[in-house]
Structures are given as structure tokens and as C-alpha cells.
Design a protein around this ligand. Structure first.
Ligand code: WTA
Length: 658
């Protein structure tokens, strides 16, 4: 990351003045009932973190209590609850079975093909998880082994992940929208031995051929011994003898009893790959006890969750939001989690609101990009459905613009529901900054105050705290239980990416720019590195660039983000072609398709601009700042003194005008 990117991308513009007081009726019933109560708990969590976290950890089910709450002997490799024995699958399932919750719905699932529905009770989910855990054991999967999961949003996805957790295998879930190359990188980096996939998944009436992508990927993945295929669409797929097995056949032959493994607190729970500013995706590694505690506690307090709630997070489990807030945090609280396979607007733009009405959803969590799309489709769609069961709304993934916030508040929450804006990252595991419902005044567009134990600070490049109202870099100064433990197989990169910038101080660098207002509320501005946030999904510009460059007609590519009405950020690619060749208009679509094939449809550039050269510094570094200005339609006004060839800029602008 360079200073250049910092100064250009974190100028904040609008100061939002509207605020909304918490509703007294909500507050009376809430887990945390007053600002004073929050302040008291927060103070304790930062002044006596070990006592605080030890008390909170009592709410989980342990096979053996810990000896030491926090081991900070070798930062940044922190360890939490050392000496403890615990199991995440046990906490999400078994501990509900000797309560009334045993036969309540754990998962309510709605498929994309109309009318397809399943309800899975806690007891039934536990039985399925035990069975699949036995299947994995029979395939030779041992504690610590990695299992790659590439499935659509079907209950088997929850079963597979909890089965891994049950036996101490490490799951690595790969978003079903990713394509072959993304699969190859992730499977190989994790050295997975088993892949769990499906014969296909539904997307807007079409079938996405997941197994076919796995077959192609496995030509380049030597570590994989077996592939288990869930029969989702029942369309025949090719099966490799000896390697490929069918989910239903395996599940038929195993016992439904499988005791949860008593695992160390720090036993790895999962790897989830996320984009960074350079190189290949990073394998974020989370471990068991701290992650479980973080997701459990934030679900309870931020969503004010109770066991009788029907809760729905619309994310895909392929992203961290789905890991933490469809599965681990929600099931460990004993609530009912809704899982939906389809798109929000297929066949009609009110799919979400129909589901909210059908299951009387109480708590609803989605992304600003979805809210902006809904508001564009019009308030008539939610108005057709009875949304009166909703009592709390949440947003995550990107900054929410105040207009979208207001629309959500009025047309979905009907001015009755607090909105919790939740700032966090794949790396943080759980929500870090938010507006606690019923307790804190809400300010549209502002994430709010730190959750318990979270100590954020906004600093300049040297680590000096910046004055109130001024933007700077967001850091977290102390460890917290659900933090990532390392980058899988690459501890050096872990130190470099997150801890080297403020090494002297020992702070975690988030990669985000932010500022703090007069009330101490944090306003997140967005990434200050070469990561774009497209519809709430992180993409490294490098990844898109390498996909483009792998096409024969491209000699060089530079990718930048620009503000996009619905997606938050759109992708603009500047592409140069070999000297002597002339690109054609239809090549743009070819390149877009090529990127979709290489990475996945979410990475398709919104704009492609052909150029004969890219603006570079004398040392050959592409000047992204200038490209961003051009992509945003602004005149490139910043400092261009290091630009190698001035005419490049003029030509790029001309291209834009034609
Ligand atoms: C951004 C998703 C503003 C931020 C949970 C962060 C947000 C990145 C918010 C992490 C929010 C997430 N307000 N920005 N409420 N939530 N972000 O790893 O830039 O997919 O660094 O985790 O999304 O994205 P990730």
C-alpha cells in the first residue's frame, strides 16, 4: 500500500445529521437495556479483558475449561483459552438436544425452484452431521485434514461444515459462484484431500455445473483423493471410478452416532480465502473456541437474538458472513436460521419479502448492495407482503449510504425496527463495530461504536491518532478472541499483511480508512488498498488483472474500482493490446466472459477501456490514482509529476470522450 492510495481514497464528503433514538419498547426487552450497561461492560472488557472473556466463555459448552484466557507471549500469534477442550459442532447442535429446542427448526430452507422447502430440526441436523462425520472418517479424514466444500446454498452445506467441525477436520468453503481457477488455487493451497460438491446448483432457473468445474479443477489438484457429490439437480454427471462417490449412497451406510471430538481451544476450525492487494488469495485461518465465542456473543447482543427467533441472513455461506451469521453464531444461540438458495429477484423482485412473510422472520441481515437494488425496484414489492414480524434489521459488507439506510428503515422496517450496521472482516471473524440495538442512537451511514473487547483507533501513517472528524487508517490495538490466527501455511505473509505497518505498536491494520465523529461513532470509508468491494464482496484488483492478462489479446491491464449505483463499487479495466493490433468492440464482451471463466461472474469488469498505454511512474508502477479519476469521469488533477509519459493521460481522456 502506498501513501498515494491513502490520501486519494479516504476523503470523506457528507456529514450525515439525521439520527434516530432507540425505541423504548425494544429497549425494555433487549439483552442490553441501556447505554450505561453497554459502557460498563465495554469498560470491563478493555480494562480486565481476561476476567470479562472468562465470564462470557462460561456461556459455551466445554468438555474441559481453559487454563489461560489469553496467551500473548508471541504476538501476533495470540492464543485464547489454552488448555480448554471444546467442539463447535457440539455447541451448535448437541447442547440443544436436552432442552425443548431438540425438535424445533434449526434450519428452514427454501430452494430456488418454486415451492421447494425443507425444515431441519436440531435433532435431525445433528443426526445428519453425525452421519456425514462418519462418512468423512471412513474416507480417512483425520483431525486437522482439510476438506474443500463447493456447494450451493442447500442444507447439505451446513451438514458438511458441521461434520468437519465435529471430527476436527478443517473446512475450506469455496463460494459456488467461483470458477475453475479459483477452485484450483484454493484446493491446492489448503492441500485438501476430499472435495464435497453437488451435481449442480440452481441460479435464476439455470443449472450451474459445479461437479463439472470440480472435474476440470482436479486435473491440477494432486492432493484430492475423493469427491463426494450431493445429488441436488439429479442431472447425470461424470463419475471417476474409485475417486467419486455419491452423498446419498455414503449416507445410507453409516451410523447416525458420532461423538464430537474433544478439541483444543486453538484447534483450527476453518480456512476461508479472501482477496488481498497482492498475489494469490489469502487463506484466513480461524480456530475453534475464540471464533465460536465471538460469533456466539455478537449474535446474541448485536442481533439481540433469542432462541425463539427466526433469523435470516441473506449472504451465501461461501463468504464469512454466512459462516459466522448463518451457521456458527446463530445455531450456537439455538435460534432458527433461514437459508435461501435463490436470487432476490427471480422470478419476481419480492422473493425476500415473501420468505419473510412465510416464515415470520424476526431478524433480517443483508448487504447495502441488495438494499439499493430493492429501492430501485420500488417499495411496491415489499408492500405486497406482511413484514410485521420483523423486529431488527442489519447490514454488512460495505458502507451504507444514508439514502439506502432510510429506505431500509422506512420500507422494510416500517420505522419499527432498529438497524444494526455491522463493520467487520473475514479476518476479524465476528462483528467489531456496530450500533447496539435499543441502546445506541442510530446514525444512517455510521457503523457505530466498538463491540466488547474491541479497541479501534484511527491513526495516520506514523500511528499518531488523528483528530476527531478527520480520516485516517483504522487499526485495532488489542487482540480479540475471534481474530484470525494466521494465513494458512504462510505465517510470514500474515505478519507482513496485518502487523508490519504498525509493527512497533503491535497493532492490527484493517486495510480500511475511517473517521470518528464527535460522539465517538466510527464511520467506515472503505478499503485503502488495492481491493475493491463489489456488491459487498472483496476482490483484489491484481486477481482481475491477471485474469485479463491471461487472454491472448491483452498485453497489459490495470483494474480500478469506481462508484457504482447498485454495487457500491464497479470494476473498470484499462486494457492495452500488443502493438500493431487493434481491439474490436466485441472483444470487450469476450474479455468480460474470460474473467468470469477465470474467477467467477462477480469479477466481470463493468467497463473495459482499451488503451495503447497505461500511465506509469518512471519506475514503472501503474498510477492507479489517475486511472481512478478517469474511471470516475473526473479530471485527473492530482500530482502527475512522476508520470512517465504525459501524453498517455491525454489519450486516455480522449478515449473516454469518444
Ligand atoms: C467492508 C465482510 C463499511 C470493509 C464481513 C471491510 C464494511 C471489508 C462494513 C471486509 C460496514 C464490511 N461498513 N464497510 N458495515 N462491513 N465492510 O472480509 O472494507 O468480505 O474491510 O467481510 O468490507 O470484507 P469481508
Amino acid at each position: 500500500m502506498t501513501t498515494e492510495t491513502v490520501t486519494t481514497s479516504i476523503d470523506h464528503v457528507l456529514e450525515e445529521t439525521r439520527h434516530f433514538a432507540p425505541d423504548p419498547a425494544f429497549r425494555e426487552r433487549a439483552h442490553i437495556k441501556s447505554r450505561e450497561e453497554y459502557e460498563r461492560l465495554y469498560r470491563e472488557s478493555v480494562e480486565q479483558p481476561e476476567a470479562f472473556w472468562a465470564r462470557m466463555a462460561e456461556e459455551l459448552a466445554w468438555f474441559k475449561k481453559w487454563d489461560r484466557v489469553l496467551n500473548d507471549d508471541t504476538p501476533p500469534f495470540y492464543k485464547w483459552f489454552e488448555g480448554g477442550k471444546i467442539n463447535a459442532s457440539y455447541n451448535c447442535l448437541d447442547r440443544h438436544l436436552d432442552t425443548w429446542r431438540k425438535n424445533k427448526a434449526a434450519i428452514i430452507w427454501e430452494g430456488e425452484p418454486y415451492g421447494e422447502r425443507r425444515m431441519v430440526t436440531y435433532r435431525e441436523l445433528q443426526r445428519q452431521v453425525c452421519k456425514f462425520a462418519n462418512v468423512l472418517k471412513n474416507l480417512g479424514v483425520k483431525p486437522g485434514d482439510r476438506v474443500a466444500i463447493y456447494l450451493p446454498m442447500i442444507p447439505e452445506l451446513a451438514v458438511a461444515m458441521l461434520a468437519c467441525a465435529r471430527i476436527g477436520a478443517v473446512h475450506s468453503i469455496i463460494f459456488g459462484g467461483f470458477s475453475v481457477n479459483a477452485l484450483i488455487d484454493r484446493i491446492n493451497d489448503a492441500e485438501a484431500t476430499v472435495v464435497v460438491t453437488a451435481d449442480g446448483g440452481y441460479r435464476r432457473g439455470e443449472i450451474v455445473e459445479l461437479k463439472k468445474a470440480v472435474d476440470e479443477a482436479l486435473l491440477k489438484c494432486p492432493t484430492v483423493r475423493n469427491v463426494v457429490t450431493v445429488e441436488r439437480t439429479k442431472k447425470p454427471v461424470s463419475m471417476v471410478h474409485g475417486r467419486d462417490l455419491l452423498w446419498s449412497e455414503l449416507m445410507d451406510t453409516v451410523s447416525d452416532v458420532c461423538p464430537a471430538e474433544e478439541l483444543d481451544s486453538e484447534h483450527p476450525l476453518y480456512i476461508l480465502y479472501t482477496s488481498g492487494s497482492t498475489g494469490k488469495p489469502k487463506g484466513i485461518l480461524h480456530s475453534t473456541a475464540g471464533y465460536l465465542l465471538g460469533t456466539y456473543l455478537t449474535s446474541k447482543y448485536v442481533f439481540d437474538l433469542r432462541e425463539e427467533d427466526t433469523y435470516w441472513c441473506t449472504a451465501d455461506i461461501g463468504w464469512v458472513t454466512g459462516h459466522s451469521y448463518i451457521i456458527y453464531g446463530i445455531l450456537s444461540n439455538g435460534a432458527t436460521t433461514v437459508m435461501y438458495e435463490g436470487a432476490p429477484n427471480f422470478p419476481t423482485p419480492d422473493q425476500f419479502w415473501q420468505i419473510c412473510e412465510r416464515y415470520s422472520v424476526n431478524v433480517f441481515y443483508t448487504a447495502p448492495t441488495a438494499i439499493r437494488a430493492f429501492s430501485k425496484w420500488g417499495e411496491g414489492w415489499p408492500a405486497r407482503n406482511d413484514l410485521s414480524s420483523l423486529r431488527l434489521l442489519g447490514t454488512v459488507g460495505e458502507p451504507i449510504n444514508p439514502e439506502a439506510w432510510m429506505w431500509y428503515y422506512q420500507h422494510i422496517g416500517q420505522q419499527n425496527c432498529p438497524i444494526v450496521d455491522t463493520w467487520w472482516q473475514t479476518e476479524t471473524g465476528a462483528i467489531m463495530i456496530t450500533t447496539l440495538p435499543g441502546v445506541m442512537e442510530m446514525k444512517p451511514g455510521s457503523a457505530g461504536l466498538p463491540f466488547f473487547g474491541v479497541q479501534p483507533r484511527i491513526v495516520d501513517e506514523e500511528g499518531n491518532e488523528v483528530p476527531e472528524g478527520q480520516s485516517g487508517l483504522l487499526v485495532i490495538t488489542h487482540p480479540w478472541p475471534s481474530m484470525l490466527r494466521t494465513l494458512y501455511g504462510d505465517p510470514e505473509r500474515f505478519k507482513e499483511v496485518y502487523w508490519s505497518k504498525f509493527e512497533k505498536q503491535g497493532w492490527y491494520f484493517t486495510g480500511d480508512g475511517a473517521y470518528k465523529d464527535k460522539d465517538g461513532y466510527y464511520m467506515i470509508i472503505g478499503r485503502i488498498d488495492d481491493v475493491i468491494n463489489v456488491s459487498g464482496h472483496r476482490l483484489g484488483t491484481m486477481e482481475v488483472e491477471s485474469a485479463l492478462v491471461s487472454h491472448p489479446i491483452v498485453s497489459e491491464a490495470a483494474v480500478v474500482g469506481y462508484p457504482h449505483e447498485i454495487k457500491g463499487q464497479g470494476i473498470c479495466a484499462f486494457v492495452s493490446v500488443p502493438v500493431g493490433t487493434t481491439p474490436k468492440e466485441e472483444d470487450k464482451e469476450k474479455l468480460r466472459e474470460h474473467v468470469a471463466k477465470e474467477i467467477g461472474a462477480i469479477a466481470k469488469p463493468d467497463q473495459i477501456r482499451f488503451t495503447d498505454a497505461l500511465p506509469k511512474t518512471r519506475s514503472g508502477k501503474i498510477m492507479r490514482r489517475l486511472l481512478r479519476d478517469i474511471a470516475e469521469g473526473r479530471d485527473a488533477t492530482g500530482d502527475t509529476s512522476t508520470l512517465e509519459d504525459f501524453t498517455v493521460l491525454a489519450r486516455l481522456r480522449e478515449e473516454q470522450e469518444t
